[in-house]
Structures are given as C-alpha cells and as structure tokens.
Design a binder for this molecule. Sequence first.
Ligand code: ADP
Length: 487
Amino acid sequence: MAAQSHQFHQPDLFQDQVAPGHSLQLKFAVSSMVIIALVLLILNTYPLIASQELVFKTKQTALQNEASVVSGNLSGLETLTSERVDRIMEVLGESNLDRVLVTDPEGMVLYDSTGEAEPGQYALLQEVVLALEGNDVFQSTFQSSVFRSSAASPIVYRNSTIGAVYLYEYDSEQGLLLTGLQNNLVRISAVVCVLSLLTSILLSVSMTSRLNSLLSAIRILREGEYSHRISIEGKDELAVLAGEFNRLTQRLEETDQVQRRFISDASHELKTPLAGIQLLSDSILQSEEMDPETMRDFVSDIGKEAARLNRITEHLLALSRMDNGRVVLHEPVRLEKTVEDVLRMLEPLADSRGITFEVEVQENCIVLGGEDDLYQVLFNLVENAIKYNLPAGLVRIILGKEESRVFLRVEDTGIGIPESEREKIFDRFYRVDKARSREAGGTGLGLSIVRDTVHLHGGWIGVGPRAGGGTWFQATFPAPEREVPAE
Ligand code: ADP
C-alpha cells in the first residue's frame, strides 16, 4: 500500500488541455466586449442623429414660416422696387436672421440685410433660382458645431412670380449644445469601456482560478488521492459544484477504505486456516513416530480447517455476487415451508446443545423472491440463535403477517449482543467474540449475507435485546400486492 501511495501526485503527461482559442475565458471576454462595443456604438450615434434631425425640423418650420411672412407681405405689391421692399422690410422690423435677401423675377438683388450684395447685382444662389421657378426651398447642414440653414420662397402676385425671398441663419448655439452632448457621450463611453473591461478581467480571472482548482482537484482524484478536498468560496454554481465534488470524493474515500479493509480482512481470514493446515501437515511430516490416534486427530483438524476455508470462500462468493448486482428471483415463496426446512436441517445441531425450538407460524405468509435466498436468511439467523445460545436454551421462530408486510422473527435466550455492537454485527467479518465465533465455525460473514439478501428482496432487518435475556432478529418483507398461489 505504502509503496503505491507516493505515486499519487505524479504529473500526468496525457491530460486534456484547453484547445488554443477555445478557452471559456476568451469566449466570455470576446462576446462581452462585442456586446459592449455595439451598445457604445449605438449610444454614440443614435442620440446625435436623432437630435440633429430634430433641430433640422425646427429650423425648417421656423425659416419657412418666416419666408412666407416676408413673401406674403411683399406679394401685395404689383412690382417690386428697392425702395418699396426697403419700406416693407422696415415695417417688418429687425429680424433674428443673419441674412434676408429679396430679388426681382430675374434674380437681381432688391434688398440685402447684410449689404453684401448691392441692389442691381444678381443673386447667384441656387435657392433663389429654385424659388424663382416657384419652389419653396429649405436646406440645412451641421458642420464644425454650426447649423447653417437657408430657405427661399417665391413672391407671387396674381399667379405670377414677381420675385424671391432668401433667408439664411448661422446657428452656433445649438451646434455647441449638440457637440457638448457628443463629447459627454464619448466620455461616458470611455468610462463604461474601462469599467466593463476591468470587471470582465476580474471576473474571468477569478472564474478561471476557481475552475483551475476544480480541474486540478479532479486530476488529483483521478490519480487515486481520495482524501483531497477543494475549498471554493461563495455561493454560486461553482461553489455548489465544489460541494458536490467534495461529497463525491468523501463517498469514494469511504468506499475505498471499506474495500481495502475488506481485502485485508479477507486475506487474514483465509490465512488463519491455511496456516493451521500447514502447521498440522508439517507436524505430521516431521514426527517419525506419530501414533495413529494423534495422526487421525491431526488429519481431522486439517479437514476442519479445509471445511472452514470452504465456508469462507462460499460466503465471499455469495457476497461478491450480491455486490455485482445479481438478479433476484421473484417467485412466490411460502415461508412456512422455509421454516420447516430450516428447522429440519438444524435440529441435530440444536439437539446436540440441548436447545429447544418453539415455532409460531401464521398460514399463507408469502414473499416474492428466491427460495434458496430466503432459506439462507432464516438458516443463518437460526444457526446463530443456536450457536450463541446458552446450554438448554430456547429458540423461538415466529412467522406472521401484518398489513402489507410479512415478518420472520428469531428470538433466543442466548448470550445477547451489547447495544454498542448491534450496528456493527452486520459488517463483513465483524464478530463480537472472535474466539467463540471461530470455535462455533463462524466466518463473520453470515449476517452480512442476511442483510444484503433481505435488502435485495426489498425488505429490512432489525436486531434488539430479548426481554429476559438473549437477542431477537427480525426480517420484514413487503407482501405481494395481490394474493398469489404458492406451491
Ligand atoms: P459468525 O459467522 O461469526 O456467526 P455472523 O455475521 O453470523 O458471523 O455474526 C456476526 C457476529 O454477531 C457473531 O460473531 C456474534 O458475535 C454476533 N451474533 C450473531 N447472532 C447472534 C446471536 N443470536 N446472539 C448473540 N450474538 C450474535
């Protein structure tokens, strides 16, 4: 054992590795970064485009209204002259616009609020040309934080175009507001980006380290080190997984210990009779003048040890078959007959010790199972009741039915089992009194077989002290749901 244990932590060269580019951490980081980038892109474009549209719309309404006010006032004149237009513009009062221009039907300037174009010059503006063709024109651009908007309308007198009005506005106030908003969004985006990058790095580093500790624990476990446990902080899925892993390893450790103990117990049990046989045969071989009487005693002892070996191996085989999930028969077994068969078989043993049987049997106690298995259960219980009885003692066998159960109870007036030992007597090779068991030909496996067989039949077994001294064992089985005929 010790020679093997130092191999546990050897690194395994053939362990699975995460394929490059397939790590969860990478997938996690890339997908969250893509989502964040998309969100930021939308955050940085949509509100700006929407606000620009809104400003364009307001400007269009305002400028076109103003253009129609001016052109409406001028359209009362039959022909437009610089003086007439000047007068009307004076009446209309000071405008907020940056430029108001009025032309005649040929596009010649009659009025320019900026004084840029002298009266008599042609207004070389696309909007004016379009307005003179009878169209209401509006256009606006947003560049370098400034909205530049212009509108033009024809001036109509009795269905004929007598001129055009052109308005122009240079708005840096709203432009600056919008640029400020844009800058703020960029700043917020940068902060969000840095924060989310940091959180995703922190999260993925902590997740990877926890996953790695789980992974290395699994590898240690695979190497056979069942005592290894992981401690993962928190209450999330990984912590739950770690808890489950620890319970699994604990279970494996217990099973491993039971198995090791069983192997060492079994070898020990087999060694004792073998050593006896060897000793006896050596004695026979070495003593030259052994009298036939002694020789016969020795050979008879060898026979006894061989029989003991046989019993142990038979019991071990029975247990190993049950461990390997042996199929249990499901035929109706009439337990009255089983009681009868067992008592007939054990009568000579009971007689030899002056022990009396008392039997209380209810009729029609039927259990679904294997006849041989149920025989073995009762045989072991009654045999123990005889073996661990006092001279001239009593063994009582009660078979009965209550509700949906059938019970088989064996009581004896024997040496009893101390309370602290009652749990352990079903363990393999466990004996309360080793010498007495061995002397009585016991293997320490009988009750293990009884318990496993009863469980395989869907039943359970109990043990307790009999009032007035001795022990009771009771195996309880589920009764068949329907009445079944048994042979
Ligand atoms: P064994 O082959 O030693 O009888 P079992 O598994 O049948 O092995 O029983 C285990 C131990 O339980 C026995 O060694 C004995 O100490 C105790 N035992 C079993 N049945 C009785 C009983 N009826 N009265 C007292 N002790 C008992």
